[in-house]
Ligand binder design. Structure first.
Ligand code: HEM
Length: 424
């Protein structure tokens, strides 16, 4: 008898979200759609139709653990191309559950380990100090845009990629368009695709030049990318693929600008924390940035596909079914997070959140790392928070500070404007 047959009498139907297709509702509120429907239907799993495809939508820590069980859920190659060009991935490294690609994996791990993080922070501090006088000279500064430029300069310098002064603006805009295109809807996908093509062309040309004559900094991530070989270990990667690897480093580093703007937003909304952070205690900074990552929206959800049919908690998951894990809702699940909709960094004091309670960077699969960029993101966020809270005074003029929850990445409408910056 098949083991699952034992469960047959206990099978319960997966609640179905009413309506023909829920895509428009999902797109209108991508962060809250899944948790809201699950809550309404009293289940951690609901069946919705998204982009005309039946999708088992999951929320909560238990469901996250299931989702990252690579024997049950496949992850590789599931993000559709228009989205791969944008915020949701596009990483050249196979996602967890796919065939491992050791040379690429080694490259990513080497560029996101503690040494790489330390080098990135040193570089980031240098670039911050370089930009600060220019920021202070301006009557008003859109912090999100400023953070994008800061991180684009930082990422290129750290990766060993030359960036001419007159190129900074256009390259920053190009990298930012990959995760935050300036238009919405279909235009957003097209802009992101164009930006990716242009950025890959730029980097591929540099890789080719580097292979002829040294262009990248010695021993840098870019030099290592140019030397990557294919999975058979014979040939160098085509320049375009090496460029994609580089882009996969640059783009998410620049995307940390979203968290910089959101950390400033949190600091503004919770001014008492300025005093708590004033003594520069690493534990306080860490708790604050962790709570920013938990509380604020960034990635709404990630897709997967059922490898082989199974039964979980009495629900049947047929082979090949599309599944979608709610990241934002899991980070706000009241079973793991008391008062989940309150911003309370102290919840992180001395507490290590469960692996599947806290998934702003996704969860961990047995055969892959959890959000390999987590270390770099934390390091950059802490640096930015330290600078904003301890080394800078500024005013926050009247503006629209509400987050736009209808488009990832959710940001304050005015992108967080500051005035009268004074270094302290
Ligand atoms: C801006 C903050 C960031 C957020 C919110 C974020 C979030 C995520 C999420 C949700 C995933 C998908 C996980 C999954 O599919 O289960 C992911 C994958 C990934 N991230 Fe990030 N990330 C960030 C920054 C970074 C940084 C700075 C890097 C490295 C430079 C990075 C490198 C990667 C890579 C290589 C993957 C693919 C892993 C795989 O497919 O197995 N991320 N990230």
């Amino acid at each position: 008898m098949a083991p699952d047959a034992l469960h047959v009498p206990l099978l319960r139907p997966v609640p179905v979200v009413p309506g023909l297709d829920q895509s428009l509702r999902f797109l209108a509120d991508p962060y809250r759609f899944i948790a809201r429907e699950c809550h309404r239907l009293g289940s951690d799993v609901v069946l919705a139709r998204l982009m005309l495809q039946p999708t088992l939508c999951l929320t909560g820590p238990g469901a996250a653990e299931l989702f990252y069980d690579c024997t049950r859920v496949r992850r590789a190659g599931l993000v559709p191309e228009p989205k791969r060009a944008g915020l949701f991935g596009g990483y050249a490294v196979p996602t967890s559950g796919g065939d491992p690609h050791p040379s690429r994996m080694r490259f990513i791990v080497a560029t996101s380990g503690p040494l790489a993080a330390a080098a990135l922070v040193t570089r980031a501090l240098r670039e911050w100090d370089r930009l600060l006088p220019h920021w202070c000279a301006r009557p008003r500064l859109v912090l999100y845009g400023a953070a994008q430029e800061w991180l684009a300069r930082t990422a290129c310098a750290w990766a060993g990629i030359p960036l001419a002064r007159d190129e900074v603006g256009s390259r920053t805009a190009q990298l930012a368009a990959l995760f935050d295109p300036p238009a919405g809807g279909l235009a957003a996908h097209l802009r992101a695709r164009l930006a990716r093509r242009d950025a890959e062309t730029w980097l591929a040309r540099l890789v080719q030049d580097h292979r002829r004559q040294w262009v990248f900094t010695e021993d840098s991530p870019a030099a290592a990318a140019a030397e990557l070989v294919d999975s058979q270990g014979g040939q160098r990667l085509p320049a375009r693929l090496a460029a994609a690897e580089l882009l996969n480093l640059l783009r998410p580093i620049v995307a940390v600008s979203v968290f910089v703007a959101l950390a400033a937003h949190a600091l503004h909304r919770h001014p008492g924390w300025r005093d708590s952070l004033a003594d520069g205690e690493d534990g306080d900074l860490e708790a604050f940035v962790q709570e920013v990552r938990r509380f604020y929206p960034f990635f709404p959800a990630v897709p997967g596909q059922v490898r082989r049919e199974f039964v979980w908690e009495g629900w049947h998951f047929p082979q090949g079914a599309r599944v979608m894990l709610d990241l934002y809702g899991t980070n706000h699940d009241a079973r793991a997070w008391p008062q989940p909709h309150e911003f309370r960094p102290e919840r992180f004091f001395g507490a290590v959140p469960g692996l599947f309670d806290f998934v702003p960077h996704g969860g961990r699969a047995e055969d892959g790392p959890r959000g390999p960029g987590e270390g770099l993101t934390l390091a950059l966020m802490k640096l930015a928070l330290r600078q904003l809270a301890l080394h800078l005074r500024y005013q926050v003029p009247a503006q629209d500070l509400d987050l736009r929850m209808d488009r990832p990445p959710a940001l304050p409408r005015d992108r967080f404007v500051v005035e009268r910056l004074v270094p302290i």
